[in-house]
Design a binder for this molecule. Structure first.
Ligand code: FO1
Length: 317
């Protein structure tokens, strides 16, 4: 059986590295375990933004300007909805809508989310596993100075403006891993578990809040490697640095490594932050982590994989 790699991902930064990995590895050897804390019911539809961003990115259908949704999208549905006085703060493109409608229809018949996504990914020609962390709902809720908010209310409707005091993940403690995620973690051919440069507090923490996944990382016999989402104390996109400041955490890559703590064996630091190396309590690899081009994504993927391969496998517990 060929060597297998797992990457934990969510959001647009995560999808960039996921694409790099997809392009440098034999595609069927990659399993992406994806955040579902951003999911919500909207306009009667089941919306799974991180799963869809990952799917569209790997299927080469993603909108390069927005990072979410589909390339070359039309917005007739939104325009018609606006005319009718409907809710338009969360934009659903016409082609994107088809995915939400189809997923909602199949979920209503009782099909697990992981099975629906595996089938839809196959239909779009994607050969890596795009797996929701769990088939049961996990929701990211933020305690803010504007009250407790659902993720998309905070992220899209209020554009991340409220100050964050804490984040919780209802449903995560009871959630079981989706079966394909469990199978990938148990594979004897597994070589590495990677944590993509996703927002640690909003995209990765909901994954790590699932007890089975946290335990799998703690007891993994393969190296677990995280990639910094910060460069020079700033996130290229999204509210990672703002949230760290609001939570009283220093806005440094080293603080992200400390956040993952004993769950990781290696941390990939950006060249701009090389001096932070000494402050990180695990093996460190320094390289260019900013992913503007496809070549950048592939380069980072190769760097992360070869770093993980150099780390000694953990001993059996
Ligand atoms: N993000 C926005 O900032 N505005 C939107 O209107 C919006 C719509 C949207 C529709 C489908 C989808 O899959 C993602 C969408 N996103 C939108 C992104 C979404 O909020 C993601 O949760 C974030 O990118 C965080 O990962």
């Amino acid at each position: 059986m060929s060597a297998q790699v797992i990457a934990l991902t969510g959001g647009i930064g995560g999808a960039k590295l996921a694409l790099g990995l997809y392009r440098v590895l034999p595609p069927h050897t990659l399993t992406l375990i994806v955040n579902t804390g951003d999911d919500f019911e909207h306009l009667g539809l089941r919306i799974c933004p991180d799963l869809d961003t990952t799917l569209y990115t790997l299927a080469d259908l993603a909108n390069p300007e927005l990072g979410w949704g589909r390339r070359g999208e039309s917005w007739g549905f939104m325009q018609a909805l606006e005319q009718l006085g409907g809710e338009t703060w969360f934009r659903l493109g016409d082609a994107d809508l088809a995915l939400h409608v189809e997923r909602t229809r199949r979920a209503a018949r009782g099909e697990p989310l992981s099975a629906i996504m595996a089938d839809l990914a196959g239909k779009l020609g994607v050969r890596a596993g795009i797996v929701p962390v769990s088939d049961t709902p996990i929701r990211t809720r933020l305690d803010t100075d504007a009250g407790e908010l659902d993720f998309q209310d905070y992220f899209v409707r209020r554009r991340c403006a409220p100050r964050v005091r804490g984040v919780r993940f209802p449903g995560a403690a009871q959630a079981r891993l989706a079966a394909p995620a469990r199978a990938a973690l148990a594979s004897p051919a597994l070589q590495a578990i990677l944590i993509c440069p996703s927002n640690p507090y909003l995209s990765v923490d909901p994954l790590l809040a699932v007890p089975e996944l946290r335990a799998a990382l703690r007891t993994a016999r393969v190296p677990v490697v995280a990639v910094t989402p910060l460069v020079g104390g700033r996130a290229l996109k999204g509210p990672t640095a703002k949230i760290m400041a609001e939570l009283g955490v220093p806005q440094h890559a080293a603080a992200v490594a400390a956040h993952y703590g004993p769950l990781i064996d290696g941390f990939v630091l950006d060249s701009a932050d090389a001096e932070e190396r000494e402050r990180i309590g695990c093996a460190v690899h320094v390289t260019a982590t900013v992913m503007r081009s496809l070549a950048d994504r592939e380069h980072l993927a190769r760097e992360v994989l070869s770093f993980a391969a150099r780390l000694r496998p953990r001993r059996a517990p």
